[in-house]
Design a binder for this molecule. Sequence first.
Ligand code: D41
Length: 697
Amino acid sequence: MKSGDTRSVAQHIEALRREIDEHNHRYYVLDEPVVSDAEYDRLMKELSALEEAHPDLITPDSPTQRVGAAPLAAFDSVRHAVVMRSLNNAFEADEVRAFDRRNAEGLAAAGLLPSEGGVEYMAELKFDGLAVSLRYEAGQLVRAATRGDGQTGEDITANVRTIRSVPLRLKGSEVPDVLEVRGEVLMTRKDFERLNETQQKRGDKVFVNPRNAAAGSLRQLDPRITASRPLRFFAYGWGEIRVRRDGQVDLFRQEAGDAEMPRPTHSDMLDWFAELGLPVNDLRRRLKGADELLAFYEDIGARRSSLPFEIDGVVYKVNQLAAQDVLGYVARAPRYAVAHKFPAQEETTLVEDIGVQVGRTGALTPVARLQPVFVGGVTVTNATLHNEDEVRRKDVRIGDTVIVRRAGDVIPEVVASIPALRPDDAREFRMPESCPVCGSAVERLEDEAASRCTGGLFCAAQRKQSLTHAASRKALDIEGLGEKLVDQLVDSGRVKSLADLFTLTALELAAYERMGRKSAENLMRAIEEARKPALERLLYALGIRHVGETTARDVSAHFGSLDAIMAASEEDLLAVRDVGPVVAASIRRFFDEPHNREIIAALQKAGVEPVHQAVARQGKQPLAGKTLVLTGTLPNWSRDEATRHIMAAGGKVSGSVSRKTAYVVAGEEAGSKLEKAESLGVTVIDEAKLRALLGRE
Ligand code: D41
């Protein structure tokens, strides 16, 4: 081939690489792709074909070369040119205030008076991943290392090259001669769950949490395995930097107290990284003073569970690099930064026993009885193990040390056991063959994960749970009928069904434990009020499988009376909006059960009469066909009230915002739904505007 041809091929290859790099950056870093996957694949194929024909033109920064290296025997160690520091932690607001005060005093003493409003900070997320350092020389990624002990880490270059959001070469014409970027490698929750599904299907190891999955993936000796794992990277700091200035290369070391960085503040540095094509998370803010930091902490805390990845806190850093320099370091950690941690969502503790709990529908749930442990902001003594298969899969035994997780308001669960800490006398769990409460046979249907007590309402546990459900706020709303009293009423044999509740007398009630005359009277009044429930509440209270509040409401509105619902065929039921075959069959089955018909007859005999609803609603339906989303706290209406008003006006209430949402009704402390609405251009209204729409001003 002539040299002229080679040059044009080389140019073509370079043009393709630039185009692919740009698409990679848009897709993995900016999250706003501009080409289809097919178009991207076509470009990659074209590049691969050209490189195959001209192997001498292959360079390590080519997008085809992400997975190149053969499996390693072991990782080499790498000494960091600039040590990787650690972060001091703060758990309480007071510690954050003290941090801010120390900074203000330290800077004032050095003649660097904090500006108006206090010391300026950069507040960032604290990603729950693995700290790594990436070294770029002349814009090329030449080395990636784990943090290790901060001085020396492991060479994971081959693995990090497979992370799509990590550029193999920096963008732009003015790349630094040397740039060591520090950041965190992590896995999103969704990717983690998808990975675990695949692992489980293949009979491979499942990971306990996204962090472990990221760590396990990064520590593979075979980079092809790492390449198959969906890892991400976010930059938050730096080590050595050399930039050419006035024809001369200047060396910067944050470590050595160098305030003359290419940009004057931490936030400028992160912006610079973003310009170079490095992934920097958007949830970072320039703030002033402790109050703003604490507000950021609260705000991020409220959004924590809706973030796509796990974080374990936020990090505050004094923004001016010159100010960072003045404040310096104590031992291994900078004085100018602090990690403000959220309460841990995972802790380890001992499984003292594994019991089973019988649910309202008879499902037997294995529950680990734990040595009390403080996690997710509360003391946890019981944690669900979901079902028998989960106990096996997680290999949890009585006596084991386990990881317990409580995230947000989700019920605590056992995530995994730690077999290395298992005592010799640890015992395996066995699902009982008969119900521990009523002794009825336990069955497990072929296609179900749950084992069930076959005792139905003969089972005291199921009876208790049904009663508690029937009395709950969204059902008959019988205040004062708590779990303890239900236990006593059922155990004494006085209450066998929902109907028996309505034959209780104040005198009888007063005889029960912890029941004063006053509370007995209050309870009687609540029961009295429940004698005339809205039809939808009674229907929900019956505890029919698959009939939640919304279905109960739709079915009630459609049929208008309990008699009509009881008489409805499956086909009739299918005519109700949002009722499918499973729900229709379940309702029909419930009312076909003689025992249930008896209970309803007894309810009627006891004077329980649902308030009938007009079938064809009179008047206007100003929100007919519209879907609304509620977020935050409204000034006057509770969520339930607002929902009722909207439904009465023909509207629907949904839990998530989409383009189909007609309005988002936002109150105080509205969260991510409000942002979503704004980003989708959905109209946001307040309670007053909602009232106006409803004609209820
Ligand atoms: O997101 C993080 N995990 C994070 C870690 C962060 N956002 N900022 C960090 N900043 C630093 C300094 C201030 C020392 C540059 C860090 C870490 N360090 C860090 N990660 C692990 C050890 C230290």
